[in-house]
Design a protein around this ligand. Sequence first.
Ligand code: ADP
Ligand code: MG
Length: 636
Amino acid sequence: MALFQISEPGLSAVPHEHRLAVGIDLGTTNSLVASVISGDTEVIRDEENSAILPSVVHYAADGTVTVGRVALRDAARDAKNTISSAKRLIGRTMKDLDDVGHLPYDLVDDSSMVRISTAAGIKSPVEVSAEILRTLRERAEARLGGDLTGAVITVPAYFDDAQRQATKDAARLANISVLRLLNEPTAAALAYGLDNEAEGVYIVYDLGGGTFDVSLLKLTKGVFEVLATGGDSALGGDDFDRRVVDKVMALIREGLGERELTAAEKRRLLALSRSAKESLTTEAETAFDMTFDDDTILHVTLTREEFDSMTADLLKKTIGTVTSVLADAKIQPADIKGVVLVGGATRMPSVRNAVREFFNVEPLANIDPDKVVAIGAAMQANKLAGNTSEGEDWLLLDVTPLSLGLETMGGLVEKVIPRNSAIPTALAQDFTTFKDGQTAMAIHVVQGERELVDACRSLARFELRGIPPMAAGAARIRVTFQIDADGLLSVSARELKTGVEASVQVKPSYGLSDEDIVRMLQDGNGKAEEDMHARELREQQVEARRILQSTVSALEVDGDLLNEEERREVDTLCVTLVKLAEGTDIEALKAGIEALTKGTEVFAERRMDRSIREALSGMNVDDALFDTEVDNSEKK
Ligand code: ADP
Ligand code: MG
């Protein structure tokens, strides 16, 4: 989750020099480039007057590379060497991918990232994306009449570090300097927020070709705050296409019997299904002819009504995601002031109807949903390049996808920054030592929703040393979590009396896939009760160990205050408690703690008397007080 202090000091250009900056929507299905030209944001078109560049690259055996519509034409006759949806593969290893069965080309497993085997050699998704970016750069430079200063490139909100890094690498390969990566829904919000000066809580519903993203945004004059994000990395317009394919396959089975389609036939059928779907956006009925390799033809007709009922479950799924994002942010559908539609698939009337019905408002779509992300990115690029005047700054906040916290005694997690907190943010919490005379503290930073450390993800460990020796619980260690605008977390620990300090920088959420995040969230919800029991048990175990520890150290110093029989009683209580602490019976453990506390009351009183006497005789005042504190904690 990167992002978003938009005005950047030091970048401001020589007066009147206009820097050529663009926004690029590098989509799974389609990519676009836009720029602010003479104050207006314009999506830049190619020679054929098309704004949309299909994210498709064809590799011929002779090394010729074609991109976009031209490559799409190759798809039907040379499916194996025509790469689409590279974005689904970028920054991913084979084991990250669970649904690659429908891809018509050959994937090569690689420990760092999957690669694609083509007639022109093995290509990585980074190279494929670089071809798309290079095409867009050339298109922009032709229109703008000069070399680009840089670009803002958009990525899905849930892209992890590997995917973001791979996207940056692709830009570097395409000779583009990246001003910043920007989350797609956030770019859309920029486009709407600035154009419309809208205020209130809005939701961005982005249904593209391959991904579904939901973001909850709070817009106030000049400030965008992302309250929450969610989504489904495997749901998009492609799934609607596949429903049409399924229908046709059923027809084929009826008429021609069971038969496998060739790769070219599959590709042709997919393209026909997609355009049938798209025509149903404006027409009530559509028809097409599917031609097979043996020149037989299947005539297919489809009504919008049929199509809508074939795909109703997909819409329901998106609404389910919306519901959980709202629940996370504790916002009612009625509190939503507006819904921003993003992504080509939101052109479908059924999407608009579902959204309208759920929220009871007319969704916002006055900026073309295909272009809104590129437009927002272009506006930010223009800012970052220093082309805007002062006073036009705006700030955009993002959120942390998972809670961040610390490991405390017994392997428990103390959350310091709850999930979906707006960033940048800084939160501090005070901790204390566990043992008498403890001079160092191990700080373990974790991320996740569960109560137990083992179920969360470890982000970093560091040690605070040089704590002055004090009684357990007397030291005050303030741990501060700070997340900057780029999503970078730093954690520092400071002992308040002496000021000794230690810190570490970690990247939150990085290295976690969408699936990891979703799984960790689901785990957190379903396991709450189980966790609570485990938490209470661990708390009692920690308490038992604490009281045992202080009893043992008190016996070492002042054991002579007890007679033999008294000593035996205390020893027995200790042994019993050690055993109980190894078990799982919380009630018995509590009783054991209680018994040892009561059983050492007399001992504690005698120790207190002795310390007071020592203090009064002027000896070793510090030690006397020190011991007194130990006694007090024992009685608690
Ligand atoms: P991405 O962000 O994944 O690149 P886009 O926002 O460009 O995707 O959306 C692509 C999807 O939008 C495709 O599934 C495409 O079929 C769909 N789409 C585009 N135009 C229409 C339309 N008129 N009706 C229905 N779907 C459309
Ligand atoms: Mg998109």
